[in-house]
Design a protein around this ligand. Structure first.
Ligand code: NAD
Ligand code: ZN
Length: 391
């Protein structure tokens, strides 16, 4: 009989467990006021710390106060931005949780944009090594992207989302009524992420945005078509995330479209270029690279660039020069397990992965940058002559 406790490789035990998660994403209007909502059901009998930002607090003070009074909920109003999306700010949430004596069953409730939800996810993953986190995203990017998956992150040493966690939320509540107070620019930025998912995954969604973006922005998502766009974008995003939420199955992620060059663009601009704008620029770069490489027709590429430009999002920035793009591709390979896995559209609604920079001819990226720069100058001149003609 073999009395040895070790296997041939010297291990006394081989741990083999799956990381699973399940959570619901629900759509509910005026969720803070509706005490029968899934949010209230989950919080009944638990302590909670709700975290929001000054802007959201100013618009929804009464509803937030009533919500906190309804339950055993404290409110932390935290002034956050991309510049302060740091570990130190996440620690401020942890400090409040400690001061309140939150127990293991307690919940953090993020009621704010993507920055707020990323910070809360990081804090929730740290407090007692992990307490529950509920996300109530109040921006378009939050509702169709940032709040849906399991990732939270903070910026570190000038690197976008370098530190973070894979922490599944306990619940996500999409309340489109929050979007009514959003500024136009935040709606435009959210559209960049919607265009992304349409471009790589859903031609019909892309076409919906092409036909309805003006009504979508002007009504702040109030019309039935606008609500359809939001729900369809969120669904496509969730479908994409579902098979690989912890990113441990594959690094080939369609949702990484628009997110290869954009982190560097944001960081290199000192975060003066917002995430959504950087994604728009990245999408234009990716579509132009695809056209230069002969993967996608120039006609389809022009649809992408024209849509982004019409919406009022940037299609180009001088920040995205050849050196930055080369560095971004190198960093992408570091981040994605050794492969670049650049997502390039093949047509509207379908994309492929470029595994390595070597799969692209050397002239392709610089040519794409030059093309976008020329297009941007032409648009600038056209806009100037239009203004001159009107004067
Ligand atoms: N974790 C992820 O998977 C993931 C995915 C996508 C984006 N993100 C992150 O999300 C962030 C971008 O999110 P964002 O666009 O929501 O930015 P944001 O959180 O900075 O919010 C944008 C602005 O909207 C204001 N605001 C929020 N809700 C409002 C409301 N209802 N009415 C009026 N104003 C309101 C905020 O005060 C802020 O000024 C980035 O940091 C990005 O990295 C994370
Ligand atoms: Zn994004």
């Amino acid at each position: 009989m073999d009395t040895s406790m070790t296997s041939s490789d010297g291990a006394i035990f081989s741990m083999d467990c799956d990381r699973r998660c399940s959570y619901s994403v629900v759509v509910a209007d005026h969720v803070l006021e509706c005490t029968a909502s899934p949010l209230h059901r989950l919080l009944r009998g638990r302590r909670a710390l709700a975290v929001t930002t000054p802007t959201v607090h100013a618009f929804y003070r009464q509803a937030l106060d009533d919500f906190c009074r309804w339950g055993d909920i404290d409110l932390l109003v935290l002034d956050v931005s991309e510049e302060t999306k740091t570990l130190a700010t996440a620690e401020r949430i942890c400090q409040r949780a400690l001061a309140l004596g939150l127990d293991r069953r307690a919940m953090l409730v993020s009621i704010g944009g993507g920055v707020c939800s990323d910070l809360c996810s990081v804090a929730a993953s740290l407090i007692r090594r992990g307490i529950g986190c509920i996300r109530v995203p109040t921006t378009l990017i939050g509702q169709i992207d940032a709040a849906l998956g399991v990732k939270g992150g903070v910026n570190f040493e000038g690197r976008k989302s370098y530190l973070g966690c894979f922490t599944a939320p306990a619940l996500v509540v999409l309340d489109p009524t929050f979007l009514r107070t959003l500024q136009r620019c935040d709606f435009q930025r959210g559209l960049a992420e919607i265009i992304k998912i349409g471009l790589v995954r859903d031609e019909g969604l892309f076409e919906l945005v092409e036909s309805a973006w003006r009504e979508f922005i002007d009504t702040r998502g109030r019309t039935p078509t606008s609500r359809l766009i939001i729900e369809r974008a969120a669904l496509r995003m969730l479908e994409e995330l579902q098979g690989n939420p912890f990113e441990d199955k594959t690094y080939e992620r369609l949702v990484d479209a628009g997110h290869t060059f954009s982190p560097r663009i944001e960081a290199a601009s000192g975060f003066s270029i917002h995430h959504g704008e950087a994604v728009a620029i990245d999408l234009c770069l990716s579509a132009t690279i695809a056209a230069e490489a002969g993967l996608m027709s120039w006609n389809a590429r022009d649809r992408v660039v024209n849509l982004i430009d019409a919406i009022g999002l940037p299609a180009f920035t001088p920040v995205a020069n050849a050196a930055l793009c080369a560095a971004a591709l190198t960093e992408a390979a570091r981040h994605r397990g050794g492969h670049t896995d650049l997502v390039l559209p093949r047509r509207i609604g379908e994309a492929v992965f470029v595994k390595s920079e070597c799969d692209l001819q050397p002239h392709v990226v610089p040519a794409a940058i030059e093309r976008l720069e020329v297009d941007a100058s032409a648009r600038y001149v056209a806009a100037g002559s239009g203004a001159a003609a009107r004067a």
